[in-house]
Design a protein around this ligand. Structure first.
Ligand code: CP
Length: 307
């Protein structure tokens, strides 16, 4: 059974196919309005979410399907100690496809190995978040036209930011992409991503602690939130959380056609005044996420023989 656990599960051709489907949905949504009639999506969210859960649910409704949902661990039998494996075996009897978020790295893979329907990873701990990456890719394609040749600045919590890890794994496939890794020492990109992905593929990258110094070089600035929920120590979180605050003054040094991205939710890392800058794309990202999730649901249900 084909599931979507990590962006590396998808070939570049498949990513292009998903982007093409999403663009076709945007161009002609009526064509897809009944595509998933009588099909059910189960959203199992054992960790908080606004965008991912609601955009999955909106995606299934816009495909003509239905949704059943667990919106928190506390409201499900996980709070009584039920395992992920048992939960998805049960939910496989009620739905055609699962989108699951869980605080533990690897939980989505456990789910996929035990479900009899496709499982989509909607975020597993600090590991990865493939459908956020799909949203990011559609945003970059729509705003910049192409992936090739871009210099991408990743700023903030590069250690725990799962969206950053997934985006790097997607963007390294395209020619002449460079990365600028902007973070405090304590929140640097994990060595397994640096060594196994960037260095292994000889992708150019620089590491810095200064956003201001590299701002003029960037085509894409991808801001991230310091992930409070992954810190063991409150004191460290409080010390690091406001390291980078993007404001209109700092943006004066940026290219006129640079795009500003953020997976959201934001806390302080982008000043609200930046929202009015035409380069701000983070709310567009949330809409693009719905279209890519529609494309992914269609693909997985077709491959499962359900559609
Ligand atoms: N970007 C993202 O995953 O947002 P939520 O946590 O609100 O789903």
């Amino acid at each position: 059974m084909r599931s979507a656990i990590d962006i590396i599960d998808f070939s570049t051709e498949e990513i292009e196919e998903l982007l093409a489907t999403a663009l076709d949905i945007i161009a002609d949504p009526d064509k897809y309005a009944d595509a998933c009639r009588r099909k059910k999506l189960a959203t199992l969210f054992f960790e908080p979410s606004t965008r991912t859960r609601l955009s999955f649910e909106a995606a299934m409704y816009e495909l003509g399907g239905n949704v059943i949902s667990v919106s928190s661990a506390a409201s499900s039998s996980a709070s009584k100690g039920e395992s992920v494996a048992d939960t998805v075996k049960v939910v496989s009897n009620y739905a055609d496809i699962i989108a699951m978020r869980h605080p533990k790295e690897g939980a989505a893979l456990v789910a996929a190995n035990n479900a009899t329907i496709p499982v989509i990873n909607a975020g597993d701990g600090g590991h990865c978040h493939p459908t956020q990456t799909m949203a990011d890719l559609l945003t970059i394609r729509r705003e910049k036209g192409a992936f090739e040749g871009l210099t991408i600045g990743l700023c903030g919590d590069l250690k725990f930011g799962r969206t950053v890890h997934s985006l790097i794994n997607a963007m390294v496939r395209y020619d002449n992409v460079k990365f600028v890794l902007i973070s405090p020492e304590e929140l640097k990109l994990p060595s397994y991503v640096k060594k196994d992905v960037l260095q292994a593929r000889k992708i150019p990258y620089v590491q810095t602690t200064s956003l201001e110094e590299v701002m003029p070089d960037l085509d894409v600035l991808y801001m991230t939130r310091v992930q409070q929920e992954r810190f063991f120590n409150e004191e460290d979180y409080l010390r690091l959380r406001d390291t980078y605050i993007l404001d209109t003054r700092k943006l004066e040094a940026a290219k006129k056609d640079m795009i500003i991205m953020h997976p959201l939710p934001r806390v302080n890392e982008i000043s609200v005044a930046v929202d009015d800058d035409p380069r701000a794309c983070y709310f567009k990202q949330t809409l693009n996420g719905k279209y890519m999730r529609m494309a992914l649901i269609l693909k997985l249900l077709k491959e499962a023989g359900t559609l």
